[in-house]
Each structure stands twice: as structure tokens, then as C-alpha cells.
Write a protein that binds this ligand. Sequence first.
Ligand code: FAD
Length: 323
Amino acid sequence: MSDAATAETAVHPPSPGFLAGVAGRLSAESRVVEGEPLARKTTLGVGGRARFYAEPATREDLCLLLRQAEKCGIRVYLLGRGSNVIVPDEGVDGLVLRLQHAGWRGIEAGEDGRIWAGAGVRLRKLCGEACRQGLGGLEFLEGIPGTVGGALRMNAGAMGGWFFDLVEEVHLMTLGGEEKKCPKETLRYDYRICHDLMDTIAMGVYVRAPSRETASAIKRRLAAYQEKRAESQPRESSAGCIFKNPEGGHAGKIIDELGLKGKRVGAAEVSAVHGNFLINRGGARAADVIELVRALQEEIRRRRGIELHPEVLLFGRDWRDVL
Ligand SMILES: Cc1cc2nc3c(=O)[nH]c(=O)nc-3n(C[C@H](O)[C@H](O)[C@H](O)COP(=O)(O)OP(=O)(O)OC[C@H]3O[C@@H](n4cnc5c(N)ncnc54)[C@H](O)[C@@H]3O)c2cc1C
């Protein structure tokens, strides 16, 4: 196992041509670098560097980066707010793209109850805008600390609502740089997954608010949800629920019943507040978190005969390789 310092400085094999191929062709506002640290770009705060990292400012720049990556045989990964990912200590051997520039953070509410939100818009912001417009039914998104792009890929949900309940049309770019407008009916989605976004990039979405309400009624519901979260979720760094809930059960409840709250590997710990949250006590390595996931999974399988599957993604890798 490598220590955090080694992970931070991990060097990926050189790829001549990628940076040279985009140099001077991207707009001045786009950013592309080699060896960018990723830990601080995630809520859990662990992991190494991206071999290449870019924040394109425009669709044209996104397309150029994708085509150059394809040409150089470099894999592409999308990072939103990083609130549902664990970056491995060895980093990510590919091009990590983040739709972080203001151009991806536009919100526009129409008269008809439809709202356009760019992939880089934070869910909290989307919720706030809907509330200002008197558009109800988006409140469940408020406490989910991700972006629209991440919420689409994950079909994020809370308090009985799912992101795809709201979706009307998603605007995508394929890894080959082709733009597509996909009505909801054409997309395949399920519990915490949109299959069609596994290998494509969501650029933005039209959502439709389920109801028109007064801002004060919406605010009341928001306050109730906030209170519920504050009582039931830890404040420490985490990546949200680590396991998907098994059919008919709750992963957090099982962990609690088995007395596994507080279990620790290095600085990674099962939260005492919510058993399905693994928290970073400060200075945790991805290897600690992965080992804790493995240990929990194994103990729950042994004592309850239940197979839990991670909801949090291992960024750039497959859980099957490490569990
Ligand atoms: C305290 C806390 C509470 C949470 N509560 C909830 C909850 O109640 N419900 C819930 O569902 N989740 C919850 N989460 C998890 C997380 O916030 C959601 O999954 C969120 O939707 C992830 O968005 P993100 O922008 O952070 O995505 P990331 O974590 O950055 O990425 C997640 C996945 O989305 C992909 N992705 C990101 N942007 C794009 C894009 N533009 N196009 C295509 N793919 C993209 C990434 O490649 C990755 O596969 C919580 C997390 C924390 C830390």
C-alpha cells in the first residue's frame, strides 16, 4: 500500500501528443494541466492525481479535448462535485474533465414551469432558483451536495424523490464529440444509475417542476428536509451513503444492528451518526476507505447473508478489482 505522500506524487506514464495537440487551440478560459491533485475536489478528500485534467469553457473546447483524447488513446472521466466518488491513491490514469466553468453553470426558468440547468449547476442552486420562481417539487435535491451532471448520472434521490422524476430532456455529448438531445423516454435509468451516461457527458438538462406553489410553502418543506438531514447525517467529510440499500432493507440499519458504527481503518471510520456513512477523520487514504468497505461487506455477508454493493463509485476503477 502506498502512503498518501507517495500517492500525491504518483507519476503516470507520459503521453506525448495530448497536451501538444490541444495547445493553442482551446479558448483562453479553458484550463488543461497534467498531474492535477484530485482529493480536494471531492467531499471525502482522499486520493491521488489525474494524469490529465481539464476544465473546458465551451462546447467546442469540450469537443476538442474529447477528440484529442480519443486520438491519443486516453480514457476520459467526468468529475462533478466529487460527492459520490473515492479517488484511488494511485490517481486516475486518464483525462479528468470537470464542467466547472461559468458556461456550464447557467440556470434559466421559463414561464411554463420548465427549467434549464447546465451540468455544472449545484443542486442547491437549482433548488433555490425553483423556489424563487414558485416552482415546487425540487426540494428533495437541496441537501444533496452534487451537481446536475452528477445527479443525472447517479439518478440522485432523497425523501422519496428521484432526479429522473423531474427530467424532461438531457443534452449530451458523446465521447466522439457529437451533441445529442435526449428526451427522458429515450434514456435508461434506475436506482442510482443512468445507463446512458456511463460513457457520455451530460451538458445540461431541462427539468419540469411538478407543481406551482408559493415560495413560503416551498421554504417550509425545505426547512423540514434540512432539519431531517441535520439530525441524521454526519458533518464530517464523507461521500454520502457508501452502500446501496438492499432490496427491502436499509444498509445503515444493518450496520447499526451489527454494532459496526465506529469501526475504523486508519483515519476512515463508520460514522456514529449514520452507519452507511464512512467519514474521513483527517488524513485518511483511499486504501483505508476501501479496506473498511471490504471489511463491512465481508462481515455483513458472514453474519447476515446479505450482499451489499457500493453506491459510491471508485473513480477510474472498478470495485470488483479491489473487493
Ligand atoms: C453528505 C452527503 C449527502 C448525500 N446525500 C445524498 C442523497 O440524499 N441522495 C443521493 O442520491 N446522493 C447523495 N449523496 C451522493 C452525491 O451527492 C450524489 O450522488 C450526487 O448526485 C453526485 O453528484 P456530483 O456532482 O458530486 O458527482 P460526482 O461524485 O463528481 O460523480 C458521480 C458520477 O457522476 C459522473 N458525472 C459527473 N458529472 C457528469 C456529467 N456531466 N456527465 C456524465 N457523468 C457525470 C461521474 O463520472 C461519476 O461517475 C450525498 C453525498 C454526501 C457527501
